[in-house]
Ligand binder design. Structure first.
Ligand code: CP
Length: 385
């Protein structure tokens, strides 16, 4: 090697920033996590906490009698129920239109269904669809605030926000170590700032009524490119078909987290490593576990395999999260799963019922996050900063 040769310039990796909108969205829409700058994410987290802590009898006047339609072309338990509970907690009226019990079954298009819901008085639509991009089409056609509740293999922005809130609720802000709460302990998981140890979430301030705007301002300045610096999150399983993985990959590195993607080539192409800065691919699950404070397990999405055959015995051998693997390689890691969990596939029943999962905590954080997102849909003059 020529010692005097000038080394090639190091490629500068920059955290992707939200692009300019391809068309002017309704200010209340949330289609992608890339719609939100870090200050807007801080504001949503602050509002989630403020709304969660607010007296239900005053909270339900915020969107009193406002009309929200839930338009679900795919099945859902967590997202649909939590959006509905969130909207109702704010006083809104909700109506569910699902593909199996509506004129969608008769062949009505997404455009015509959206226009019909708008004519019926819907002021915002929450949509889940099997086609990637469907929420963008609905936005363009109705100009209503549209909330993406999962579009095909593309994005699930509120899932990534609730996952972020869950991680912040379990991370010590200085050491970045995981703080595991008692399994199933709703108050600690739900309100770590009230009863649990100091976490990144609680360090951002307890919100009491009347102080929400102060805390929103504080949070806005504290959510930054370093909030999750030193935290490694491994996402394991069917990355290829996962909108949850995609939204988390687009969100977590922007706050400084390192994301390791783990799975077989069939479900995780090598090119995934180029998805953005802070993202790497690791095929060896145990090696990934050893590096991680957070382990996010994903379901194999049978409905999107399109004829691909997966050898489940081989898959479990390499990628199932077992009690033995967890104890040996990541005994202190936080285990997450967006659900639905299939016991005995991505993780064993023993792990699911053990002390490390935050799976039900994720569900609870989803209601708070969705209250903030639904409020923003109808009241925000959206600030994309
Ligand atoms: N995490 C999630 O989207 O779950 P559901 O499909 O039950 O809504």
């Amino acid at each position: 090697m020529n010692a005097t040769a000038t080394p090639p310039a190091r490629r500068q990796l920059q955290t992707p920033q939200p692009p300019a909108s391809p068309f002017p969205y309704n200010p209340g829409s949330l289609l992608s996590v890339m719609d939100l700058g870090l200050p807007a994410i801080g504001q949503l987290l602050a509002r989630a906490t403020a709304l969660e802590n607010q007296d239900p009898l005053t909270r339900d006047r915020i969107l009193l009698k406002r009309r929200i339609a839930l338009l679900f072309y795919e099945s859902s338990t967590r997202t649909r129920t939590s959006f509905e509970l969130a909207a109702k907690s704010l006083g809104a009226d909700t109506t569910l239109v699902s593909s199996l019990s509506s004129s969608i079954e008769k062949g009505e298009t997404l455009k015509d269904t959206g226009l019909t819901l708008r004519a019926l008085g819907a002021e915002a639509i929450i949509i889940r669809h099997s086609s990637s991009g469907a929420p963008w089409l609905l936005e363009q056609e109705t100009r209503l605030p549209i909330l993406n509740a999962g579009d095909g293999m593309h994005e699930h922005p509120t899932q990534a926000l609730l996952d972020l809130r869950t991680i912040l609720a379990h991370i010590d802000p200085s050491s970045k170590a995981v703080i595991l709460s008692d399994r199933g302990s709703a108050p600690k998981d739900c309100h770590p700032e009230r009863t649990g140890p100091q976490t990144a979430l609680s360090s951002l301030g307890v919100v009491s009524e009347g102080s929400a705007s102060r805390v929103a301002a504080e949070l806005t300045s504290q959510i930054n490119e370093k909030t999750l610096e030193g935290v490694t999150v491994t996402i394991t399983g069917d990355i290829l078909h996962s909108r949850v993985a995609r939204s988390n990959m687009l969100l977590l590195p922007r706050l400084g987290a390192r994301v390791i993607l783990c799975g077989p080539t069939q479900l995780l192409p090598d090119s995934a490593a180029n998805a953005g800065p802070g993202i790497t691919v690791e095929r060896d699950f145990e090696a990934a576990l050893r590096q991680s404070q957070v382990v996010m397990m994903l379901r194999i999405q049978a409905e999107r395999l399109a004829g691909q055959q997966i050898d489940l015995a081989q898959y479990k051998d390499a990628y199932q999260l077992t009690g033995q693997r967890l104890a040996a390689h990541a005994p202190k890691a936080l285990v997450m799963h967006p659900g639905p969990i299939i016991r005995g596939l991505a993780l064993t029943a023993g792990v699911a019922d053990g002390p490390q999962p935050a799976i039900l905590g994720q569900v609870r954080h989803g209601v708070a996050i969705r209250m903030a997102v639904v409020e923003r849909a109808l009241l925000s003059d959206r600030d994309h900063s």
